[in-house]
Design a protein around this ligand. Structure first.
Ligand SMILES: Nc1ncnc2c1ncn2[C@@H]1O[C@H](COP(=O)(O)OP(=O)(O)O)[C@@H](O)[C@H]1O
Ligand SMILES: [Mg+2]
Length: 421
């Protein structure tokens, strides 16, 4: 897919931006604090409808924007996906509100609206999404615009807590799997309610059978998440290990080991003796297997969970370990190995999106080149030409090869303004 036009209004330090965006590679060059990251942030927002760096949407609205009576930040994108087939055009019009399987040229608009509040430092925030001019929910618009983001601190995927790896998977999966975003929301809602009930039962007692309803709900959405994660991790592993093999000149084998917190395959004695580089195959499990097993485990754990007052198993505690030649990179890998693994994962993410939707996502790279050694840098730069649209930011043009500079559109960015050059 390709972003063809971007318009920003009062988004961060962009009071107003209106540009036609070319395909291929675009390099944004500018000093610090000019708006490079904010520009990529606005584009990635269209893919997942949340910011990769703000903890709250209100931070996205230009703080100099006049509230008249509300301040509104707008991101408007015109984008194209491959030419529609007559059937998909028909399907799109009859079953209109789904971002998935869109073809042709479309318009996506996000409005972040700040409404005055009594506490003037905490205005109320409302978000509106319009796909082709029609207001819709996040879960309806998601999937229409695909992007992959690459940031220097993404080493956290390897080194950070399991939450970082779940986040990495979720951001990819909401864009490629219809309904995954909704299922995640359902799961988190059920989890909050179930935890509240567990706590209440622990503190005040009551009928434990009330949990049955929440067990069913949690297991229904939870099983879908586990099922999808099993298959996505398998596909990603295939793609990432290929790239990784090339990046390490065949010296290392990358494996992704998904360990669901509720594991539908019960631990058997001896299973722990498996070599570390042989993650278990769970792809034969059906959704029903997983769901039934999940409910049964929750029932078995009921008394223990009431005492602890929290849900102790489920996708909110899943882990995905990265193994290189059988070694857990999170615990034992070097920084260089970690960087290579993240690069392989990111490039695999791009390929996975292309495989699953038929469209290349837009690749967004925020000052990642500076982090890489010359060999990795060249590895990455040489691959960028394979993608349909890549946007890279830098403070330093010298980090790029002459071949890359010759093949890219260069835009200078200064104080929230773009100029070609
Ligand atoms: N809500 C906002 N309104 C106005 N300016 C903002 C807002 N949020 C951040 N900024 C400012 O925008 C500028 C650009 O930030 P950033 O995009 O991170 O720059 P770069 O990536 O080029 O270093 C910074 O000076 C930052 O303080
Ligand atoms: Mg920046």
């Amino acid at each position: 897919m390709q972003l063809t036009h971007l318009s920003l209004t009062e988004f961060r330090n962009f009071s107003r931006l209106d540009v036609d965006v070319p395909g291929g590679s675009v390099l944004f060059v500018g000093h610090n604090a000019q708006g490079k990251t904010s520009l990529l942030e606005s584009i990635y927002y269209l893919a997942v409808f949340s910011s990769f760096q703000a903890s709250h949407d209100r931070q996205l609205v230009n703080f100099l924007a006049e509230p008249k009576p509300v301040a509104v930040a707008k991101i408007i994108a015109q984008f194209t996906r491959s030419t529609p087939s007559p059937e998909s055009r028909q399907a799109y019009h009859t079953n209109r509100l789904s971002g998935f399987n869109l073809k042709g040229s479309h318009n996506l608009e996000v409005r972040i609206i700040l409404q005055p509040n009594q506490d003037r430092y905490k205005p109320r925030v409302r978000k509106e999404i319009l796909l082709d001019g029609v207001k819709c929910k996040t879960s309806e618009a998601i999937g229409s615009f695909n992007a992959v983001l690459f940031l220097p601190h993404m080493m956290r995927i390897v080194e950070g807590p399991p939450e970082e790896r779940r986040r990495y998977l979720n951001l990819l999966m909401v864009q490629t799997i219809p309904h995954y975003a909704r299922v995640l929301t359902d799961y988190n809602r059920s989890l909050v309610q179930r935890n509240a009930l567990l706590k209440q039962l622990a503190e005040r007692g009551g009928d434990k059978n009330q949990l049955g309803y929440w067990d069913e709900l949690l297991a229904s959405s939870g099983a879908q998440i586990i099922f999808q994660r099993i298959h996505t991790v398998q596909a990603l592993e295939r793609l990432a290990s290929n790239v990784h093999n090339e990046l390490t000149r065949s010296k290392e084998v990358l494996r992704l080991d998904y360990t669901p917190s509720f594991d539908p395959i019960p631990n058997k004695p001896g299973q722990y003796n498996l070599p570390l580089d042989a993650p278990l195959d769970r792809t034969w499990l059906t959704l029903e297997n997983i769901q039934m097993g999940f409910v049964e485990r929750l029932e078995k754990l009921r008394n223990e969970e009431i005492i602890r007052g929290v849900t102790t198993i489920g996708p909110h505690r899943d882990e995905i370990r990265l193994l290189s030649n059988g070694i857990d990179l999170g615990n034992f890998g070097s920084r260089g190995q970690g960087r290579t693994a993240v690069m392989a994962l990111k490039l695999a993410e791009v390929s996975w999106m292309k495989e699953s939707s038929g469209e290349w996502p837009i690749l967004l790279l925020d000052e990642v080149l500076a982090e890489l050694d010359p060999e990795r840098r060249n590895d990455l730069l040489s691959r960028l030409s394979n993608f349909e649209q890549v946007m890279t930011t830098t403070t330093d043009l010298n980090a790029f090869t002459p071949e890359f500079i010759a093949s890219t559109t260069i835009w200078h960015i200064h104080d929230g303004q773009l100029s070609e050059g």
